[in-house]
Design a protein around this ligand. Structure first.
Ligand code: FAD
Ligand code: DHB
Length: 391
């Protein structure tokens, strides 16, 4: 078998690339190790930058998002017993949208299937071959046998635990990794959002966040131990920690309700350089991980794909490889700024084990500067609503 572009992974990155290529008349095959239901139900990110919303709308994926998504104009930071709202729309003219990742994935899969796409679920890729030469190929398991697909390009959209990144030889691959000494307990609760804005509780006893998924469902997060287990958190313990970290005197308290789901996410910053080797291109979590504090994981995957989609279209339509050749550099330039923002926020709002009183006061001063001064509010807003993508 052969195709033009072989894509490993049917997360947001792989699916969106396959959709953009289809619109340019470029053929692709997407290989996904898990089943369709699993991919479509995985609960993950929630916030889409303005640029992500605009791109999805431009390529015909905006209809459900416009109907179900919840546009946001500000974030409420709570610390020192008070609310400190940043109106990021007033600062930048841009909004963000709360629209869950699994809905984005749902819309993408529906659109790809309607267009007759070759999406292969339950089909793990086991090896990449010939990446340095003229005949790259993808080896995959299907029906109990190993098979192979020839392609012009191999795109590694297989997430952090995928196999593509390791196909870049260690001699040219440089990885940057930082693991944080805490995790997030993520909670889905059957309660209407208790506040109009996504709300961050920056409390001495740990971080907490209130976000939402629909008018009747809230998504909440609590800082926990890095290797914590959901079983360690009874509903009572969850609600009392959420109240302690999020409630302030001048705003309505959290609304309690049935907890539908709990899970623990570890927290790291990770990035690989370069993002290309021969005919292999990495995109999304396969190339970089950010702590979820800045809501940048999904948005960064979309930014990579926007660049790569343009670059591949230039290759096939105009015979120009200029954008392909600068893909890694273009994405990494933006990604280091996103890493800086995400790591900076993560360090500002969490409580670190054993940290000195001095560091705690610096964290408070960082929060005061970010929310209480015009340059602080502008810098947060510019980053949070999304830095420009060079495509
Ligand atoms: P993924 O969505 O990880 O997709 C990769 C796909 O590749 C998967 O479907 C996987 O099954 C498949 N795959 C892997 N190996 C193979 C193989 N060998 N062969 C075939 N297929 C393979 N971001 C936020 O901004 N906010 C959040 O709150 C947030 N929460 C998160 C919670 C969790 C538990 C995780 C894991 C991530 C979270 N993220 C969050 C990050 C965000 O979800 C990711 O950045 C986003 O999913 C990246 O998309 P992707 O397409 O690059 O990778
Ligand atoms: C979510 C919202 C955020 O603002 C964030 O930084 C991380 C996650 C969410 O809704 O899941």
């Amino acid at each position: 078998e052969r195709t033009q572009v072989g894509i490993v992974g049917a997360g947001p990155a792989g699916l969106l690339l396959s959709h953009l290529l289809h619109r340019e008349g470029i053929a692709s095959v997407v290989f996904e190790s898990r089943g369709r239901d699993h991919v479509q139900q995985r609960l993950r990110a929630g916030v889409l930058e303005q640029g992500t919303v605009d791109l999805l709308s431009q390529v015909g994926l905006g209809e459900r998002m416009k109907r179900l998504g919840m546009p946001q104009t500000g974030i409420d930071f709570r610390f020192g017993g008070a609310s400190h709202r940043i109106d990021f729309t007033a600062e930048t003219g841009r909004t963000v949208m709360v629209y869950p990742q699994h809905e984005v994935v749902h819309d993408l899969i529906e659109a790809r299937i309607a267009a007759g796409a070759d999406l292969r679920f339950d089909t793990p890729v086991t090896r990449l071959a010939g990446l340095d030469g003229p005949a790259p190929s993808i080896e995959f398991d299907a029906d109990g046998a190993t098979r192979s697909m020839r392609c012009d390009f191999v795109i590694g959209c297989d997430g952090f635990h995928g196999i593509c990144r390791s196909a870049i030889p260690p001699t040219v691959r440089k990885e940057y990794d930082r693991i944080y000494p805490f995790g997030w307990l993520g909670i889905l609760a059957e309660v209407p959002p208790a506040a109009p804005d996504v709300t961050w509780g920056c409390h001495e006893s740990g971080f907490a966040m209130l976000s939402f998924r629909s008018p009747t469902r809230s998504r909440l997060y609590l800082q926990c131990e890095p290797d914590d287990r959901p079983e360690n958190w009874s509903d009572d313990r969850i609600w009392s920690a959420l109240h302690e970290r999020l409630d302030v005197a001048d705003m309505p308290p959290l609304i309690e309700g049935r907890i539908l789901q709990k899970s623990v996410t570890g927290m790291r910053s990770f990035l690989v350089e370069p993002m290309r080797h021969g005919s292999l291109f990495l995109a999304g979590d396969a190339a970089h991980i950010v702590p979820p504090t800045g809501a940048k994981g999904l948005n960064s995957a979309v930014a990579d794909i926007q660049v790569l989609g343009r670059a591949l279209a230039d290759h096939y339509r105009k015979g120009s490889d200029r954008m392909l050749d600068s893909y890694s550099e273009t994405c990494l330039r933006r990604m280091w700024l996103v890493q800086r923002f995400s790591a900076g926020l993560c360090t500002m709002v969490h409580s670190f084990p054993g940290q000195s009183d001095f560091i705690k006061r610096l964290q408070r001063a960082d929060l005061e500067y970010m929310t209480g001064t015009a340059p602080g509010r502008l810098a947060f807003s510019d980053n949070f609503t999304g830095l420009p993508v060079e495509a």
